[in-house]
Ligand binder design. Structure first.
Ligand code: AMP
Length: 182
């Protein structure tokens, strides 16, 4: 089981707050100092991977899904740690073969996420991984993509949850693991 004590606290303390990025009023959570520290990076990957294990430490998911693009950085090592495959959920137009697509509302305009149609088998159990749960739009769209594939979600694992936004509610009863709530 992963470190949930001082090692994890030290790792999470490396996340930097950047005010007014990418636009005024947004406090951007910059995870690059954490990624740059091998001990911290390893600690958070182990902690996120625990969301895909049972109480005995055995992996209970068939694949890990990561949402572009920081979900790739975190999700791929989580998949390797659990000993399962990794599936990228990408922004529109990036995947080369046949896809399922889901569009969702942003503050201004809309975004579309895609997954390869053959990436998941019906019945696959999945762990979704990303860095920040904010409005929940990205995670909700990914849950909808999983449903289109006929697969099911074991849980969502995020480095951090912004509790002043309604992200958690958008996930319904899907179990959510977050290492930090701000
Ligand atoms: P949302 O769809 O609103 O839950 O936003 C989630 C996506 O936007 C994640 O992939 C995050 O990487 C990114 N994001 C949202 N808010 C922030 C923030 N304050 N700092 C860093 N990334 C953010």
């Amino acid at each position: 089981m992963a470190d949930s004590g001082p090692g994890l606290a030290r790792a999470l303390a490396l996340i930097a707050d950047v005010p007014d990025f990418p636009e005024p009023g947004i406090l951007f959570k910059d995870i690059t100092p954490l990624l740059d520290d091998h001990t911290a990076f390893t600690t958070v990957i182990e902690a996120l991977a625990d969301a895909g294990r049972d109480d005995g430490g055995r992996p209970v998911v068939d694949k890990v899904l990561g949402m572009e693009s920081r979900g790739f950085i975190l999700g791929a090592p989580v998949a390797l740690t659990l000993g399962v495959g990794f599936v990228p959920v990408r922004k529109a137009g990036k995947l080369p073969r046949e896809t399922y697509a889901v569009s969702y509302a942003l503050e201004y305009g809309e975004a579309t996420l895609e997954i390869h149609r053959d990436a998941l088998a019906p019945g696959d159990r999945l762990l979704l991984v990303d860095d920040v749960l904010a409005t929940g739009g990205t995670a909700r769209a990914t849950l909808d993509l999983v449903q289109k594939c006929g697969a099911s979600v074991h849980g969502v694992a995020m480095l951090m949850e912004l509790a002043f936004l309604p992200g958690r509610e958008t996930l319904g009863d899907v179990p959510l693991t977050t290492l930090l709530t701000v």
